[in-house]
Design a binder for this molecule. Sequence first.
Ligand code: ADP
Length: 308
Amino acid sequence: MSTGPQPTPGPREEARTAPASNGAEQRTGEGVSAPRPQRPASRAGSEAAAAVQSGTVRGRAVRLKDVHAYYGDVHAIRGVDLDYQANQVTAMIGPSGCGKSTLVRCINRMHEEIPGARATGEISLDDVNIYGPGVDVVAVRRSIGMVFQKPNPFPTMSIFENVAAGLRLSGGKRGDLKERVERSLRGAGLWEEVKDRLASPGIGLSGGQQQRLCIARTIAVEPEVILMDEPCSALDPIATLKVEELIEELKTRYTIVIVTHNMQQAARVADTTAFMLSGELVEVGPTDTIFTKPSNSRTEDYVSGKFG
Ligand code: ADP
């Protein structure tokens, strides 16, 4: 494990923060809390809610300790310590190029697939270090699924096959296939919209439906953590709303980390928000606090739009 610079609070921050276990300032939750916008449950949201009701809670905590990531000589992530709570939504915010995507790609060991890229430090799923010796990387990626910016259904496959593909690759029982595809599509709030055209191509769906199809494909293999890298940035406002409602439901079952450049989105969906700058974690805390009374002046400047 390498040792890297740790974010250290300045005097102003020290006065306003409680000691934190994760190196960055962690707010205690005091201060003004902006009311969370309330939404009526959508069909997609209620469908997903019903689907998760009977399921067991699967989310697991993820703990990052002194994580560094490199692209060749470029030191993109600099000593991040951060705890993601089980069954919570954590938003990663910060200006373009600050390392949000790199950090989440480290969490399911995708970063190391990029030629010349490497990561050091410790990332644990509950108590298991996923960078430990003998860890099965495929199993890590099954436990920690990922949804990308641009919906990426398999272009030659039907709606059904798109969801079934992951199950087949992971060796699911074939007899269960139909049932598990339906369960996953319900879990992604998409079943009612597609149940009569399961054999149609996945790419024939609208952008928002395609993204929910990708979420269905991700949850089909029953992960415990879902990483979402700007999942709504290619979607229109209505489709974005549906995915956000879905995220709210999914967290009852999964731990969710969402990278977003949209601060309103972070405010709407995230329990916890982490602010990054130049590869470092500046501050993490309850979302309301980060947006209304952050500890660090750099966070305040960012959330108030002074840069970014
Ligand atoms: P963000 O998601 O916050 O926009 P990224 O994680 O994409 O930031 O990028 C962090 C840093 O790593 C940036 O300086 C970026 O230029 C660099 N970077 C990202 N991807 C690569 C890559 N494939 N090769 C080299 N450098 C990269």
